[in-house]
Design a protein around this ligand. Structure first.
Ligand SMILES: Cc1cc2nc3c(=O)[nH]c(=O)nc-3n(C[C@H](O)[C@H](O)[C@H](O)COP(=O)(O)OP(=O)(O)OC[C@H]3O[C@@H](n4cnc5c(N)ncnc54)[C@H](O)[C@@H]3O)c2cc1C
Length: 385
């Protein structure tokens, strides 16, 4: 393969995970190619909520600030308030120590992709990866356009229905059991002027779906209304739960668009995050919160860990997957593990008990709950991070 088609790292997928990894590697002088099946800016179904840990991570990786992101219209709205509602009739309104911020994913993802390109990464849009050969010294990628590329390392950052993960699993290179902890989300963007009765702060709703929850998030021009549930336990009831939820917030009679659906990792993280010189990042590795579905932070954090490991061990490829797995398990999976166990215990309870417990925890220790969600407190012994 000629030099033009050979790269130090090929990143598949230009979402938050892929662009962050590409930015960090290109900034260090590595030759990086990003491939995405879409052209950008592209839409991605998402609530767009950023927690404190995400903005801190963005500050440390991109030397950016909340004010700067607001001035660029990347963060379009922020809120210090929240409300959690349960269909048992309990509702808790709270004040946050640090605000939640909201972004629109087409602008957010395009912004980090441009940063990666400015740092020197090459981007090829409209190239869907369809095959991957794992070689001793790297990997060969082919796309639906008939292009072929070689990378010493391949980063699979191609989302919740990852082709890269599927290709590795089809050859039994990685764990194939994936679907039991996959969720589906339904989401709709409703013009704010159409729903003036809904609040301008984020609201979470429990009880319309088992093994999941619903949400209504604010936005500059649109509110984001959605519901998600674990396929294995709640998949069949998602549509019914969605309709019951719209009824409960009294917007079911309004002419709102039909919801779109998207897969969401919900506890199906891989503890061995790849094979050979292929590393899986973000949703492709199942890295989203198994209770609330937050995934942007985990996508960008896993990208940082993967990029740093390549920088450290570029000349010792076997050490890269080992090092990435070690960091990922210590920094991310150790937390997701507790969330998955907690969710398993709470949602296994009958009737309204899951929501009673969640609401009681929030009522008794709102500060600690916020600190866990924001990433200021670990679930391990609840110690401050
Ligand atoms: C309805 C919904 C609401 C959510 N709300 C929130 C929220 O409020 N806050 C939060 O933190 N998280 C939220 N998440 C989770 C969050 O969206 C994901 O965790 C995050 O997008 C993961 O980023 P990523 O870079 O790993 O993957 P993605 O953002 O999915 O990017 C993957 C990229 O890969 C490309 N791709 C896919 N296949 C191929 C291929 N074969 N070849 C080339 N390119 C390919 C895609 O075009 C895409 O650009 C939500 C998810 C859903 C579904």
């Amino acid at each position: 393969m000629n030099r033009k088609h050979s790269f130090d790292v090929i990143v598949i997928g230009a979402g938050p995970a892929g662009s962050t990894a590409a930015y960090l590697l290109a900034s260090k002088g590595f030759k990086v190619l990003i491939l995405d099946k879409s052209t950008f800016p592209r839409d991605k179904l998402c609530g767009g909520l950023l927690t404190w840990k995400t903005v801190k991570l963005l500050e440390s990786i991109f030397q950016t600030s909340i004010d700067f992101l607001k001035s660029k219209h990347i963060i379009t709205c922020s809120s210090n308030k929240y409300r959690v509602v349960s269909n048992t009739g309990i509702s808790i309104k709270g004040q946050l120590g640090h605000p939640f911020h909201f972004v629109q994913r087409n602008a957010y993802d395009f912004f980090w992709l441009k940063m990666a390109c400015q740092a020197g990464a090459e981007f090829r849009p409209g190239e869907k990866v369809i095959s991957l050969d794992c070689l001793n010294l790297g990997g060969r990628i082919s796309t639906d356009k008939g292009s072929s590329f070689f990378g010493r390392f391949i980063f699979g950052a191609d989302g919740a229905v990852s082709n890269v993960r599927g290709l590795l699993a089809s050859k039994n290179f990685i764990q194939t059991e994936w679907k039991s902890n996959l969720a589906t989300a339904l989401e709709v963007f409703v013009p704010t002027r159409q729903t003036p009765e809904l609040s301008d702060y984020p609201q979470i709703y429990f009880g319309h779906i088992r093994w999941g929850y619903a949400w209504c998030f604010p936005g500059e021009h649109f509110r984001v209304i959605g519901i998600c549930g674990l396929n294995a336990k709640a998949g069949r009831f998602l549509r019914k739960g969605y309709e019951a939820f719209l009824d409960s917030i009294r917007i079911s009679g309004k002419p709102i668009p039909a919801p779109a659906s998207h897969a969401l990792p919900y506890g199906n993280y891989l503890t061995t995050p790849g094979y050979g010189n292929v590393l899986l990042l973000g949703d492709a590795c199942g890295l989203a919160d198994p209770l609330l579905g937050e995934g942007i932070y985990y996508a960008q954090k896993s990208a940082q860990l993967a990029a740093e490991t390549v920088v450290q061990s570029y000349h010792d490829p076997p050490a890269v997957l080992k090092g990435y797995a070690r960091h990922l398990n210590r920094v991310i999976i150790s937390e997701l593990k507790y969330l998955r166990i907690g969710r398993q215990i709470i949602f296994s309870l009958p009737g309204a008990w899951p929501y009673r417990i969640l609401m009681s925890l929030l009522k008794i220790m709102p500060k600690k709950c916020e600190e866990i969600i924001q990433g200021q407190r670990s679930l391990k012994w609840f110690r401050p991070v």
